[in-house]
Design a protein around this ligand. Sequence first.
Ligand code: CU
Length: 631
Amino acid sequence: MDHPLARLTAEEIRAARILLDHAGLLTKATRFAVLALEEPPKQEVLAFTEGEPIERRVRAVLLDSDTGRSRTVLASISRDEIDQVTDVDPAVDGQPPILLEEFGAADEIVKSDARWQAAMARRGITDLDLVCACPLSAGSFDVPGEPGRRMLRVLSFLQHHQSDHPWAHPIDGVVAYVDLTSQEVVELIDHETRPIPQEEANVDDPGYVGPARMTLRPIEIVQPQGRSFVVEGDVVRWEGWSLRIGFDAREGLVLHQIAFRDGERDRPIIYRASIAEMVVPYADPGPVRYWQNYFDAGEYLLGQQANSLTSGCDCVGDIHYLDVVVTDGDGAPREIQNAVCLHEEDFGVLWKHTDLFTGSAETRRQRRLAISFFVTVGNYDYGFYWYLYLDGTIALEVKTTGALFTSSYREGDEWASEVAPGLGAPYHQHLFCARLDMTIDGVTNAVEEIDVRREPVGPRNPQGNAFARSVTRLTRESDAARVAEPALGRSWHIVNPQQTNRLGRPVAYALYPQGQPTLLADESSSIARRAAFATRHLWVTRYDPAQRYPAGELVNQHPGGAGIPRWTAANRGLDGEDLVVWHTFGTTHIPRPEDWPVMPVDTCGFVLKPVGFFDRNPTLDVPPPFAPPCG
Ligand code: CU
């Protein structure tokens, strides 16, 4: 390994498994829910110089499938030693994430249950091979006997044949509560029989879709001299930018040590950027689906669900792919080919001016480097696109697409849209939490909230035209739990109070939120306790290497209160400290008929822009377009 943050390799995963085995931590029933790189603390990484010895540690979450007991393990594969073993109390600490193999297990368990079979028979369904049993995270509710048990809840969908898309035919009114350890249906709620929508949704069937249009002529992205970025191992350099690519089974793509070359200096901006959590809470309060909310990172592991991408379809241009390695339930490495895509994109005009007086006319074109991956979690597909622009802008765009989660719709249903005849799509939110471990020109940072402010008419403002900014330093963690205010143009500046630009002002990057609704569930709800991060757009915490995930380490069935609410209760000072910014953003999805049978990409995200980080526009040296000559 050449760097402490290098991605865990297949060999290291194998070595870690052997180490845990030799330490007596594995039995035949042991399943690996997580095996990941334990990153060294930031100060160690920042102090690292090339060629120094590197210690490699891993973190594992082990589940005993016979007993349902689980434990977390920290181990050093460099020292060949187990550093820590912690038993998990699932009623208090939460459950390990859902394993891919448990999807199949849930299907078998419900299909062998007589009550569930009877519920299907009541709905006229006899061929159980055509029923897709959907393994859904159980959440944490006052269901008697449930705390401490490893649960899934199962809603089912019907296929007309083996290649028929099941989401079109929800078998509504019935839900099975499944214990994965005892492998039984603990409770079957057969609330009511609703009609099963019949219209199909087979977007891959030409007979359903109809003839393809013939009017689209090819668009080809040609880069005759190749791409402008350089990839050395996991380090990427492009137009002043440098960063290191990481990939985590839980967060997926991670960007480490994002810096921008300015003169002779590589100026750090973000030490580590990732989507550390996301949750999809649904709005239907009825007895069949009040519990529906999915933490796609903490419960299902975004990185584990990464797609293998295809050039020409998922990405166009001169593409560089990275294969990634995750771990399967046996603790063996599993490679996902072409999981991370890097490419450059033309992005329209960067700057332009035609001068009234001199006649000068100059145009430059913007470009961005896109670093992305796509996941499929059940019915939904999410693309995560980080963009670095020539002018120092950093943006994250999440593309949400795929199939809606569906219900049987009846007139007057308040919590769902009708998207096809008799087919409902319950309202829901997609709320993401970006963890932005900031290093604006170093680790001494502070955060300011910037609003625009109306000035009342008075001696200072006799004509009433005045407006100004109001700047509030967020000095403690309790002050830094904030919501966006679109009408005030609210943004947050991450500044380095010790580094100034040529105007003598602290260098800064601004976070511009989109300001869409935060969590809409009631404050007293289970999901508000479990996804407290989603109740605010912004949180700022003092850096602590153990504070990784905003809803806590083990999110699955966790009763709530972990992560951000627990950490910020310490109310640490934030002024001139090493800071992590947590930004919640996302969409509130009231499905449209046009979102069916497959949803055109919707986007959400945020933008970070330099504000006095540079001394002037850093793109004056971008040459005019190559060909054809402008003007
Ligand atoms: Cu949605």
